[in-house]
Design a protein around this ligand. Structure first.
Ligand SMILES: Cc1cc2nc3c(=O)[nH]c(=O)nc-3n(C[C@H](O)[C@H](O)[C@H](O)COP(=O)(O)OP(=O)(O)OC[C@H]3O[C@@H](n4cnc5c(N)ncnc54)[C@H](O)[C@@H]3O)c2cc1C
Length: 416
């Protein structure tokens, strides 16, 4: 374990980082591994870490086409929460939130978790009735969530438009106090460093191009850096899951779409909590640097273009300005998109595939950052034991045969 004191940080700064240790190695690719993880996003790196740490399997390679955390892990708006509707999701996402709560200590890497609460706004009688039902379900599932009145909303969201004539009047809200945000690239780097320290090889700038499958069983993985012999591989490539499944000869019930977000110029601290309006289709939080982070729904058509369209962006900005009129003159600084993997019940897929020895983690769509630790933990268990853990048992491909869907589409009202 490495601990950096203020003194050692200052020493390294003045010595121009001579002697500064690399956080993880850049090893040569070996010809054979026990497990190959495809995708160096948060989920892939967490899977590698938990394989080594919890399952005792450290002869593992993480193969990343670009750079680690450069996919959706580095593009998301970093909201974490566990206020889902169905018991299966509540268990899974609360396990994830608990892992987040211990993550900085476990990885010895500050992931800057800020549990300042996540507030869903209620603007109409319908919102109130629908959210009352959701709140009851959350309580039944043991999830901490509270009803708050309009005054408390205004305290958590200073500057919110409280005019009764507003297009989105504020009738109250639901808050999960343990919800909040965490530093997304910190999560990728923390898992990478900890996995590397346990012997995992992280190979960047190397893309998987095919699979060697014989008699329905995985024998190897083809990459742009050469062939790897392995009996087990796990796909964790989010928006590119269908492409990898296609290489292995099966189809996934997943559609790839762009999800975008944007940030304003930095402001002095305005609010700590994350505020979400299902009716307006927006959410907003403030980063530690002061930028207002804003997002909304998907660009609703299949695409692999990581741009995002103007109409969706306009809709988000219009909604934000209706609810926070004082932000109308703030300048927008950056906009971007990521390609996310959408499943029609808005729940993930973590489990075995039709190819023996090949496993998958995908379908987290617009909300998989918060699931990074649980996604990695359960996939590692599944790979090691060749069967799902009870936490991910409801989230395998089997539900597309049985029809036991877990429809979380409306749970929080909007994707994030
Ligand atoms: C704008 C936006 C906002 C979001 N906001 C939130 C939020 O607030 N909260 C939340 O919980 N979730 C959010 N999400 C969703 C979240 O980002 C994702 O669900 C999550 O990051 C997925 O992580 P991952 O590790 O599975 O995928 P990724 O981080 O995308 O990693 C997959 C990796 O696979 C690599 N890859 C692809 N093909 C290959 C190949 N052939 N060979 C090797 N490597 C390959 C890619 O380069 C990539 O690095 C948001 C997403 C976006 C786009």
């Amino acid at each position: 374990m490495q601990h950096y004191s203020v003194m050692s940080l200052a020493r390294n700064a003045f010595s121009r980082h001579q002697g500064w240790q690399q956080a993880w190695r850049s090893p040569d690719l070996k010809k054979e591994y026990d497990v190959v993880i495809i995708g160096g996003g948060g989920h892939g790196l967490a899977t590698a870490y938990y394989l080594a740490k919890e399952q005792g399997i450290s002869n593992v390679a993480v193969i990343e086409a670009g750079w680690i955390g450069g996919g959706n892990t580095g593009r998301n708006t970093s909201v974490v929460r566990s206020n889902y509707l169905f018991p299966e999701s509540a268990k899974f996402y609360d396990f994830s939130l608990k892992l987040f709560e211990g993550m900085s200590r476990e990885l010895n890497f500050n992931v800057m978790l800020r549990q300042a609460g996540m507030v869903s706004l209620l603007h109409s009688r319908h919102d109130v009735e629908a959210m009352r039902r959701n709140l009851n379900a959350m309580h039944m599932n043991g999830i901490d969530a509270d009803w708050i009145d309009a005054d408390e909303v205004a305290r958590l969201a200073p500057g919110i438009n409280r005019s009764p004539a507003a297009r989105y009047p504020i009738l109250g809200g639901i808050v999960q106090k343990r919800g909040g945000i965490a530093r997304h690239d910190g999560v990728a780097w923390g898992y990478a460093r900890a996995a590397d320290a346990l012997g995992v090889d992280i190979i960047q700038q190397c893309a998987v191009t095919g699979f060697d499958i014989r008699n329905g069983r995985l024998r190897g993985v083809e990459t742009t850096c050469g062939r790897i012999t392995t009996g087990k591989a796990a796909i964790a490539v989010a928006g590119h899951s269908s492409v990898l499944a296609g290489m292995a000869g099966f189809r996934l019930p997943v559609t790839s779409m762009a999800l975008q977000a944007c940030v304003s110029e930095p402001l002095k601290p305005v609010f700590d909590a994350t505020i979400l309006s299902p009716s307006a289709g927006i959410y907003i939080s403030q980063s530690d640097k002061g930028e207002m982070i804003m997002g909304g729904g998907l660009d609703m058509y299949p695409s692999y273009a990581q741009r995002g369209n103007i109409a969706t962006l306009e809709g988000v900005i219009a909604g934000v300005v209706e609810i926070f009129p004082r932000l109308s003159r703030v300048k927008l600084m950056r906009q971007w998109a990521g390609i996310v993997d959408i499943v029609h019940d808005s729940s993930p897929i973590i489990g075995l595939t039709p190819v023996k020895g090949l496993y998958i983690n995908c379908g987290f769509g617009t909300g998989g950052f918060k699931a990074t630790p649980a996604g990695g933990w359960t996939l590692a268990y599944t790979v090691a034991h060749n069967r799902p853990h009870p936490l991910n048992e409801p989230f395998t491909l089997k539900r597309f045969e049985t029809g036991a869907f877990i429809d979380e589409m409306g749970a929080a009202g909007i994707s994030h």
